[in-house]
Design a protein around this ligand. Structure first.
Ligand code: ATP
Ligand code: MG
Length: 607
């Protein structure tokens, strides 16, 4: 904000008002004063001359009526003497005429020649004939100055015996008035100057606090709360300044609170795990927190003021107004064919008391894991019930047949009982497997690890299978001839290897080859079992380690499998800090690999 220029400031307005007021007052005063003064001066001038003329008349009358002889002075001489006494500064000339208009005396010493001439002025004639006194102001043609002419008759017993003709120098009065005017003018100028200076000082005392407050307000606008207005007095402006300071303090406090709240809110928003999106009342995004932008895989900058419906990809199912009325949470399924990704969105409307909608808050929650677990749980229950139902149904029908009288048939009864026993064993195995997995789920592995020469351990298991195998299958071993020591739970690992080998045998064709291999890789050993069976389709390769997963349900159940063997193997190998995986070419064969950590540096010491 620009400062206010001096000529537009309050101070200037003050001073100007002052000066104009004074000027006006002076004007009025001087007009009135000068007029009355002039009137007074002129009247004084006139009366003073009139009075002197009266006296002069009296003296002249005496002289003009006096008896004269030859020794005595002539009338003209006497009059001249009187006029000499009479002359004064404010009188230019006095002429005396007798009853026949003849000049009998003049006060002008340089103009005595006029004595004896006749005066032709009309005023003289009127004075002589009618005895009238006249006075008039004229401008003297020669000097251009004002003169005052008085004609007055000289009476003796109501008879006119002559007249006085007086030219008064009234200009002296006017020049005096001019002097006074001059004094008045300079006094006025002085007064104005003093007033102006006083005005500026006075105005400054009033405007300074206002200027201060103005500056403070500008600073406030820029967010600077540190300044304070100085309080100069207890008057209204002083009170205003105090109020202004209080206001500043309040503003600062509320600003600090708002800022604090804002910071709290933003840190809460960015540290929460849920995504939060806020929109304005038209559904355009005004705020999105970090988790939300990560969940939706968008950058915060580009998404601001985009419609939320398109951000959430809901255009087909919802309009913004429908979202405002959505009470339940909305499931957003962004899963791709290889990656499940499911979000749950809850909406709450920001509403004023009047019901006016201010915007919408959306909370996003990643429920992919939850959904996955839920699906797994459902599948698990289905699988378990399914697995148990089959043997139970079989057993029921056999037991019914036995109860119906088959128990008496010595040919059938043992056979039926045998089936019932097999199925029972199958169920016991299944329940045991499940129990074992449930223990793994609660991290109860109960491993009793021992240092073991893995080669010897592996060889023994293969030997056992070689002795008991019923098919025509060749075993080939590619194992090191020296011992490799690993720390393992022998029982658990036997279970794993048993399952892998029995799987290989299950799926091996008659006359097939099963190879066993142990290789050293850094500080781990890699064990593999390969067969020449039917193989596993590519899409199932990962899944064979899932619980109850079987590539071909019907066939593997026939082979007595429940699909838990590899799931247990995966848990146990994991508990030994190893990995397990499968490679397979359909129709050619399958290889199951697993690794175990081994202390291979010790080998040298033992050799
Ligand atoms: P269980 O081992 O519990 O008795 P199972 O052998 O069917 O039952 P897993 O050992 O977990 O279960 O194997 C899971 C599935 O993987 C099998 O049903 C089978 O479809 C497939 N599979 C495993 N090993 C092989 C293999 N060597 N050749 C072909 N398919 C295999
Ligand atoms: Mg198996």
């Amino acid at each position: 904000m620009k400062g206010v220029g001096f000529f537009r400031s309050i101070q200037m307005k003050f001073v100007l008002t002052y000066v104009l007021l004074i000027l006006f007052a002076m004007q009025v005063i001087s007009v009135y004063f000068v007029n009355s003064l002039e009137e007074k001066f002129v009247t004084n001038f006139k009366t003073s001359l009139q009075e002197r003329v009266n006296l002069l008349e009296y003296n002249l009358r005496e002289e003009m009526l006096k008896e004269r002889n030859d020794e005595s002075n002539t009338l003209e001489q006497d009059i001249r003497g009187i006029l000499e006494d009479f002359s004064a500064r404010d009188i230019t000339e006095v002429r005396i005429v007798d009853e026949r208009s003849r000049i009998i005396g003049t006060s002008d010493a340089n103009n005595q020649g006029v004595v004896g001439q006749r005066m032709t002025e009309i005023a003289i004639k009127r004075a002589l004939s009618a005895g009238a006194t006249e006075n008039n102001m004229f401008i003297d043609d020669r000097t251009g100055q004002r003169v005052w002419v008085l004609t007055s008759p000289i009476l003796s017993n109501s008879e006119v015996i002559g007249a006085v003709y007086l030219i008064g120098d009234i200009e002296t009065v006017f020049s005096q008035l001019d002097d006074i005017n001059e004094i008045l003018f300079s006094a006025a100028i002085l007064a104005l100057a003093i007033t102006a200076i006083l005005g500026i000082t006075l105005a400054r005392t009033i405007t300074r606090p206002i200027t201060d407050m103005r500056r403070q307000a500008v600073a406030l606008g820029k967010g600077n709360f540190s300044r304070k207005v100085k309080v100069y007095g207890q008057d209204e402006i002083g009170e205003l300044a105090v109020t202004f300071n209080n206001l500043t303090k309040r503003l600062q406090e509320s600003q600090a609170t708002t800022e604090g709240e804002r910071r709290k809110l933003s840190s809460v928003l960015s540290h929460m795990t849920d995504g939060v999106i806020a929109t304005d009342r038209r559904g355009r995004v005004i705020l999105i927190n970090e988790p939300a932008s990560k969940m939706l895989n968008v950058s915060r900058e580009t998404i601001i003021s985009q419609p939320i419906v398109s951000l959430l990809n809901l255009e087909e199912d919802y309009s913004f107004d429908e979202l405002l009325n959505e009470q339940d949470s909305v499931i957003l399924d962004y899963s791709t064919h290889d990656r499940p990704y499911i979000l749950r969105a809850n909406f709450s409307v920001i509403q004023k008391e009047t019901g006016f909608v201010n915007g919408l808050i959306t909370v996003l929650h990643d429920i992919t894991e939850q959904e996955k677990i839920e699906i797994e749980r459902r599948e698990f229950v289905t699988n378990v019930s399914h697995e148990l139902r089959t043997p139970l149904t079989t057993m029921r029908s056999y037991l019914e047949a036995l109860a119906d009288g088959a128990w008496q048939d010595p040919d059938i009864a043992p056979n039926f009982l045998d089936v019932a026993q097999t199925e029972t064993e199958r169920m016991i195995r299944l329940v045991n497997d499940l129990l074992q997995l449930s223990k793994f789920d609660s991290r109860e592995y109960n491993l009793t690890k021992k240092d073991t020469d893995f080669i010897e351990f592996f060889n023994k298991i293969i030997d056992r299978f070689e002795m008991t195998k019923s098919q025509e299958v060749t075993f080939r071993r590619k194992l090191p001839r020296y011992p490799i020591y690993v720390t393992i739970d022998q029982d658990k690992l036997t279970q794993v290897i048993d399952n892998i080998i029995s799987n290989a045998l299950k799926y091996s064709p008659e006359g097939g080859l099963v190879s066993f291999k142990v290789e050293e890789h850094g500080d781990t050993i890699q064990i593999s079992v390969s067969d020449q069976g039917m193989g596993i389709p590519k899409k199932s390769l990962e899944r064979i380690f899932e619980r109850f997963y079987r590539v071909d349900r019907a066939r593997s159940r026939k082979m007595g499998g429940t699909g838990l063997g590899l799931a247990i193997a995966k848990e146990l190998i994991g508990a030994h800090d190893g990995h397990i995986w499968a490679k397979s070419v359909e129709g050619k064969g399958t290889t199951i690999f697993f690794t175990l950590p081994a202390d291979l540096s010790e080998e040298d010491d033992w050799v």
